[in-house]
Design a protein around this ligand. Structure first.
Ligand code: FMN
Length: 307
């Protein structure tokens, strides 16, 4: 059985979500914070709350950093280290044009000069453990080759690969042919990430690629938060159990967000995105009802009907 990593998902897997998922459901080897970046010379206060150790007590979490230069990486690493973290994940995969066009995330993959600087930086910080989460490239599925040559000579805990390019965003086919070449070339423990939504798929990946060191799940877990624990416990939950757990998780999240945001309208807009990826589990009609609920009252009534 492979360790399951919960992929970072900006706007979804914040500290409240990770804490609640971990204590209520579990099955996750490691969580990652959505990327932390430099904005106007500082870390945003929202991100500071997310990475604050007091908000992550007893949760196995690694902060993820996104950066376009060695200077940004140095600043962010010092801040993270000062909080007491020893493991850091580096984002080389984000496809959001706003980040990628500034050379961050998958936009960094074309800049092997900066990747080399990052490699030296990692080598000069042996007391910290770094990992990398990356794509095949920005607009070219071969861009990973010179990058992996550098990373293979860099001490890393693992590489997580999402085998798409940045311009594909989250759609289009996964490139298994490039992935297999990546799998054969990578000298670090390798974690596969992308489109895993069922127990059968998890078992298939395990069998098809026996040298994998783990699986990373994102949208599949947002839809079915029990997927990892079903895999680790070796028992498929019934549809009813899955829905019940989804609703309990939702109720616990709402309880906590109600203390953070003010008023019903804000609470509604905070909670609604929670359901964004749940259509395959809850069905089209209930999904539409929640998405079009308009206010907190209709929203709660729609959830009440879920079976
Ligand atoms: C809404 C959204 C936000 C995301 N935020 C991040 C992020 O902050 N850092 C990151 O490395 N990847 C981010 N990702 C990518 C996911 O971590 C993951 O690589 C991607 O969703 C593919 O995995 P999946 O098919 O299991 O969802 C995000 C994806 C989505 C859909």
């Amino acid at each position: 059985m492979l360790p399951i990593h919960f992929a970072p998902l900006q706007g979804h897997t914040d500290d409240v979500y990770r804490r609640t998922h971990h204590s209520l459901i579990g099955g996750i080897h490691r969580y990652y914070t959505p990327f932390v970046r430099v904005e106007a010379g500082d870390i945003r206060s929202k991100d500071r709350r997310d990475i604050s150790p007091k908000n992550n007590i007893d949760v196995p979490v690694t902060p993820q950093l996104i950066f376009s230069s060695l200077k940004e990486l140095e600043y962010l690493t010092a801040e993270i280290e000062a909080l007491g973290y020893h493991s850091i994940d580096l984002n080389m995969g984000c496809p959001f044009p706003l980040q990628a066009r500034h050379g961050r995330g998958s936009g960094l993959l074309a800049h092997t000069d900066i990747v080399s600087e990052v490699s030296h930086f990692i080598q000069s910080h042996p007391h910290l453990t770094f990992s990398v989460k990356m794509r095949l490239g920005w607009d070219n599925a071969q861009e990973w080759r010179p990058v992996l040559d550098i990373l293979n000579d860099t001490p890393l805990a693992h590489i997580a690969i999402h085998p798409r390019t940045g311009v594909q965003q989250y759609k289009g086919d996964i490139d298994y042919s490039e992935f297999e070449q990546f799998y054969d070339t990578c000298r670090h423990p390798l974690i596969y990430n992308g489109d895993l939504t069922t127990l059968t798929q998890l078992h298939e990946m395990e069998e098809r690629y026996p040298r994998l060191a783990g699986l990373m799940l994102g949208r599949g877990l947002l839809c079915r938060p029990t997927l990892a624990v079903e895999y680790t416990e070796g028992r498929e939950f019934t549809h009813e159990e899955q829905i019940r757990t989804l609703r309990t998780l939702h109720a616990k999240l709402m309880e906590q967000y109600a203390q953070i945001v003010k008023g019903d309208a804000q609470l509604h807009s905070k909670m609604r995105p929670y359901w964004e990826y749940t259509e395959p589990l809850i069905g089209h009609k209930p999904y539409k009802k929640i998405m079009k609920s308009g206010n907190l009252r209709n929203y709660l009534a729609a959830i009440e009907e879920l079976r």
